[in-house]
Design a protein around this ligand. Structure first.
Ligand code: SF4
Length: 166
């Protein structure tokens, strides 16, 4: 549990049940994808699920996840353990659809704002001591935060761009 967390596992589970019913964004394609309800002092924040995450119903369950977990395995942290120990969140929780120019559509500012209520609630519940930002959208949301300790990974699947203790 995070250092200052005052909420319980059941409150986190209730939060996830409500999140899974969210249909606030007309252009987003359900289902809502969430990680396990892990009361952890460490959170990862990704961008949004891809089209294949719905098949496995978990974040980073497909191509980007293979790259991400290869990085962690390189430092001895297996995927299963990561999923058990880290609360896996995201800027948006539904698949945004395809971009006609290629790749996945980047969530709009309105969609990011709509989904931030869920992310802020999770930060409130967990009071994380470490946040791992994965991808440009997540980094853009939080780079200005100086009160948290963060790691960031940009431009999946290319490479880690750096790690910073704040
Ligand atoms: S992206 Fe977030 S706010 Fe939008 S419908 Fe999905 S869960 Fe709800």
């Amino acid at each position: 549990m995070g250092k200052d967390a005052v909420y319980s596992q059941s409150e986190l589970a209730a939060h996830q049940r409500a999140l899974k019913t969210c249909r606030l964004c007309p252009q987003m394609i359900p289902p809502v994808i969430t990680g396990d309800p892990v009361m952890s002092p460490v959170m990862s924040i990704g961008q949004a699920p891809g089209v294949h995450e719905a098949k496995v119903m978990r974040p980073f369950g497909w191509t980007a996840g293979k790259t991400l977990f290869r990085w962690f395995e390189a430092i001895g942290l297996e995927e299963a353990l990561f999923r058990q120990r880290v609360y896996m969140s995201a800027v948006c929780r539904c698949f945004p659809g395809k971009n006609p120019q290629g790749g996945d559509r980047v969530p709009s500012a309105d969609e990011v704002a709509a989904c931030s209520r869920w992310l802020q609630a999770e930060i409130q519940i967990l009071r994380p001591r470490l946040i791992i930002l994965v991808g440009k959208l997540a980094i853009n949301q939080f780079w200005w935060q100086r009160s948290w300790r963060m790691l960031w990974a940009s431009a999946i699947p290319s490479c880690w761009t750096g790690a910073q203790r704040i």
